[in-house]
Design a protein around this ligand. Structure first.
Ligand code: ATP
Length: 543
């Protein structure tokens, strides 16, 4: 059973050290998260897999790492200073400040064409506050998403020291196009890849790490001759989709979405979003745009840009002239990809049926949850309908639906119903013994590749042998842990929950014939294997 709500992922992430709410000792900071010991390994593995696929495994790519704070003029001429904003409206009645384009789209069933159209609808009282339904809304105003900072020791009070935390990594690549071209003696087509932090003062962050104000991007700018752009664009769409698939993402959870003409940024010729089916619905994972020659021209000296020192062009040997390349931009989020891989890997599974009397007790409690929910006046109708339907489906299919009950037990709305406390008390105990939570992460992404256990922790030779196997696996470049803090069954379950693909148990037979038990996370099958073969065979499966 995959995760039915994001809360299940958030709960596992906190419980097992993937992601914590940031600054929690001071009460946190809204929509800001810190990656814990396992989360940082997972995210690093995602970034490493991306870098390998788009830089090391290709002949036409270079890597790059630009500064976060750049000359303010970069953001003036990229267009961000003037246009990187969301239109906001204020409700005079309840003081809410919703995004006006979202209000328009939700209430009119289509995206607005521009700010004027939104404001005409507000003036005609056609739009309502999504919180209190008042039509007393102010005209929408653009709210710039860039974080401002000051460069230098003295804040002069004017804008002379003004700088921005970059809202995307892309511009750092565009303004270095000439440097890379010249120093690496590149010919078209070629691309530049970069991973780095970006900052956006998002109005509506949320959905865990899906939308935050500080996040990491993995961006490629791929430069081609005009005329070769459409084929290169399609090739990148295919390559990027395949990358997620190669790392185990389920095909049914990944789709392409072609942006409509109305949605396209003014400079873009075509843009395809790769979307993932997150528990909260299909949402953008990566955007792959044909940005034409807009960016390189924008940063080249011209009547519109007297501040640039030169031209970002390419000398075409065949045509004997300078041309401005077109740019294909596959732009992904490292945090969003990490979250998608986590969601995709998550499974709650029944491992054995609980005794009949426990199932009956659980069924009665779920039925009583359904009854209380149906009677609850204060719940919104859609929430009530969802919880009742989910409860009924679970009650009718127990014990098989026990994994599904785990999702309901994490649901924020369901936890507002009194009987849920009792249901959790009983359900969690039964689940602990009869279900397992497992992350089916690709071995290349798993934070830990192998866990090694001695059958008994008090037997010196077993411990010694287990530790020496750990050392050999480490030397083969694998991420390995040693654990002897519980019974083997319990240790398996702990490793399942964090996605470790293989567990190795060292027992008395190991001391005689050098074989160990290798237990596979996904199939739970155990195999007797010669320990000396493991460094080679396991590292081959991680590459
Ligand atoms: P969205 O429509 O979701 O706001 P966007 O179209 O503005 O995204 P881009 O500017 O194309 O996003 O950025 C490229 C990628 O960077 C996105 O596909 C996403 O993976 C990631 N990204 C953008 N904004 C955020 C954010 N606030 N938090 C986390 N990741 C983000």
């Amino acid at each position: 059973m995959p995760a039915t709500s994001l809360e299940q992922i958030v709960s596992l992430a906190k419980r097992r050290g993937f992601v914590f709410p940031s600054s929690s000792v001071y009460g946190g900071l809204a929509s800001t998260w810190d990656y814990g010991p396992l989360g940082v390994e997972l995210k690093n593995n995602v970034k490493r897999a991306w870098w390998k696929a788009v830089v090391h495994d290709r002949d036409d790519m270079e890597g790059f790492d630009a500064a976060i704070v750049m000359n303010r003029l970069v953001w003036k001429y990229s267009g961000h200073e003037a246009t990187f904003s969301d239109p906001m409206t204020d409700c005079r009645n309840c003081k809410a400040r919703p995004r006006a384009d979202h209000v328009f789209a939700a209430q009119k069933g289509r995206d607005p064409k521009n700010l004027d159209e939104i404001n005409a609808a507000i003036a005609a009282k056609e739009l309502k506050c999504p919180k209190c339904a008042s039509t007393d809304l102010t005209a929408a105003r653009p709210f710039n998403l860039m974080f401002r900072t000051t460069v230098g020791a003295v804040d002069t009070g004017d804008d002379s020291g003004l700088a921005y935390l970059r809202p995307e990594t892309a511009q750092g690549i565009f303004v270095n196009f000439g440097n890379v071209l010249d120093t690496m003696r590149r010919k078209l087509p070629f691309g530049i890849a970069q991973i780095g932090k970006a900052f956006r003062n998002e109005i509506t962050p949320g959905n865990f790490t899906f939308r935050t104000r500080e996040f990491e991007q993995m961006e490629i700018e791929y430069f081609v001759r005009p005329g070769e752009d459409e084929a290169a664009h399609q090739a990148w769409i295919d390559a990027r989709k395949q990358w997620y698939r190669d790392l185990g993402m389920r095909p049914e959870n990944l789709r392409e979405r072609e942006q409509s003409k109305d949605e396209l940024a003014h400079y873009a010729k075509r843009c395809v979003d790769l979307e993932y089916k997150f528990p909260m619905g299909w949402s953008e994972l990566e955007g792959i745009a044909n940005r034409t020659d807009y960016d390189l021209k924008a940063h080249s000296r011209s009547e519109q840009n007297p501040d640039a020192v030169g031209s970002l062009t390419y000398f075409d040997q065949q045509a004997k002239q300078h041309i401005v390349p077109y740019v294909i931009e596959p732009s992904a989020g490292a945090d969003r990809a990490t979250l998608a891989f986590l969601c995709d890997a998550y499974e709650d599974a029944l491992v054995k049926d609980p005794p009949a009397e426990e199932t009956t007790k659980l069924r009665e409690l779920v039925e009583s949850f359904v009854k209380s929910t149906a009677k609850r006046e204060s719940l919104a109708k859609d929430v009530k309908d969802r919880l009742v339907a989910e409860g009924e489906a679970i009650a009718s299919a127990l014990p098989g639906s026990l994994p599904r009950l785990l999702g309901l037990m994490e649901d924020t709305e369901a936890n507002k119903i009194e009987v849920m406390k009792k249901l959790r008390g009983v359900g969690e105990k039964i689940a602990e013994e009869h279900t397992r939570t497992v992350l089916h992460l690709h071995p290349r992404l798993a934070p830990i590749t192998v866990a090694v256990f001695p059958l008994k922790k008090n037997e010196g030779p077993l411990v010694e042998s287990a530790k020496s196997i750990r050392q050999e696996l480490r030397q083969a470049g694998l991420r390995v842990v040693y654990d002897d803090t519980g019974a083997i069954g319990k240790l398996y379950r702990r490793q399942d929950e964090i996605g470790t693909p293989w567990c190795i148990t060292v027992d008395f037979q190991t001391l005689q014939d050098g074989t160990v038990t290798v237990r596979d996370r996904d199939t739970m099958k155990q195999e007797r294997v010669a320990a000396k073969e493991l460094p080679g065979s396991l590292s081959a499966r991680v590459r």
